[in-house]
Design a binder for this molecule. Structure first.
Ligand code: ATP
Ligand code: MG
Length: 365
């Protein structure tokens, strides 16, 4: 069903994205490390889940944002191993896997269940066994790190231990594929820093699949298909909804569900905007925790201060004399986190990427 809030898992529930799906499935066979990048709610998790399901590979998923939250901001081996243990349950029914893992230190196998002792287990040795298992099956195992930029909070060296593991997998394993998603695209690239010779990943080729929001036409078609699927006749022009919401499937799904419940455009849109505002407010709070100036800058840009000097001025008018280097840092980071887009023409113009974020910072925040 298209109007479902959870990331899609089945191909028939995934609208469009044919090329991207083929791209990812091809990439599984060719590239040890694959990045899926795009704005929040654009459909990264859906794309990767459907790709894994379609290719019928086993997978281990680790959600960076969740691990970051649950670990109080400092992800350690214990958290990683606990999550791996849960994920192993997905394919521990396989006799072959249990056989490959049986003799590994730190692992105990009881019937179908596999438990790991985080102090004892060596993650690299575990991956070696998984590689052997995949090799024997002539298959691949996907190690999926969702919102991977959060893994820079792994261990005490800014995530470098994990990057070292990635580079070992890259160099030595043929059957384990590492898939990383990131909505803060610049931060993800900073974390991996494959072009920095101090990074363990230096020189490795990372295949990137970028997901864009749907075009206006596709967004309209997405809503049309979603309502058709539910056999709901709509009494408004779909374009009107898309003009407000933009092309992020996450927003379109929210609206689809609300309209199905209310059968009234204004009431449904009102509820949708409230929900979206709630989601974005949470994200803005997280951003504000890094620096209050990020949210201020977003607000100023949304209100029309679209050049460097206008932004600097409006900070000053509001009593905050900001240095050039600090403003540079704020705008560069906002761009890396994909809140803001910089267009280079005669002048450099800044815009807020997501129309809903624009709406929220201008109205209530
Ligand atoms: N191609 C698609 N077809 C149908 N539904 C989609 C598609 N892409 C995304 N969705 C829906 O949009 C919502 C957001 O998708 P998803 O969680 O996959 O995005 P995401 O980019 O991983 O988001 P986040 O940044 O919040 O993790 C979900 O409700 C999902 O079902
Ligand atoms: Mg996701």
């Amino acid at each position: 069903m298209l109007f479902d809030l959870k990331p899609k898992k089945r191909k028939i529930d995934l609208f469009d994205r044919k090329e991207e799906l083929e791209g990812v499935m091809e990439a599984f066979k060719k590239f040890p490390i694959i990045l899926i990048t795009g704005l929040r709610r654009v459909g990264k998790s859906s794309l990767i889940r459907v790709s894994i399901a379609e290719s019928k590979y086993s997978s281990i998923s680790l959600d960076g944002r969740l691990l970051f939250m649950n670990s109080g901001g400092n992800i350690r081996k214990m958290h990683l191993v606990n999550q791996i243990e849960k994920e192993l349950a997905n394919f521990s029914k396989s006799e072959k896997l249990r056989k490959s893992l049986k003799t590994l230190k730190g692992i105990s196998i009881n019937g179908n269940s596999v438990s790991l002792d985080w102090k004892e287990i060596d993650i690299l040795s575990l991956l070696e066994r998984i590689e052997n298992f995949a090799e024997k099956n002539r298959s691949y195992v996907i190690l999926f790190f969702d919102e991977a930029q959060y893994f820079k909070h792994y261990g005490s060296r800014g995530g470098k231990d994990l990057l070292a593991l990635f580079s070992y997998v890259y160099d030595n394993f043929e059957r384990i594929r590492i898939v990383l998603t990131g909505s803060e695209v610049g931060l993800l690239h900073d974390f991996l820093s494959a072009d920095d010779y101090n990074s363990p990943l230096y020189g490795r080729v990372l295949k990137e699949v970028q997901l864009q929001p749907f075009s206006k036409e596709l967004s309209i078609l997405f809503l049309k298909r979603g309502f058709e699927e539910l056999k709901i006749k709509v009494d408004f022009d779909l374009e009107k909804a898309v003009d407000i919401l933009g092309g992020l499937p996450g927003y379109l799904v929210q609206f689809g569900i609300r309209y199905s419940e209310k059968r009234n455009f204004d009431a449904a849109m009102d509820e949708t905007l409230k929900t979206i505002t709630g989601m974005i407010k949470g994200e803005l709070e997280e951003l504000s925790g890094k620096s209050r100036r990020y949210v201020k800058a977003l607000k100023y840009i949304a209100s029309g201060a679209d050049t460097w000097s206008k932004i600097k001025n409006i900070f000053a008018i509001n009593g905050d004399i900001i240095s050039d280097s600090r403003l540079f840092e704020i705008l560069t980071n906002l761009e890396k986190m994909c809140w803001v887009k910089k267009e280079k023409g005669e002048k450099v113009i800044y815009t807020v990427v997501d129309p809903m974020v624009r709406h929220v910072v201008l109205s209530k925040y």
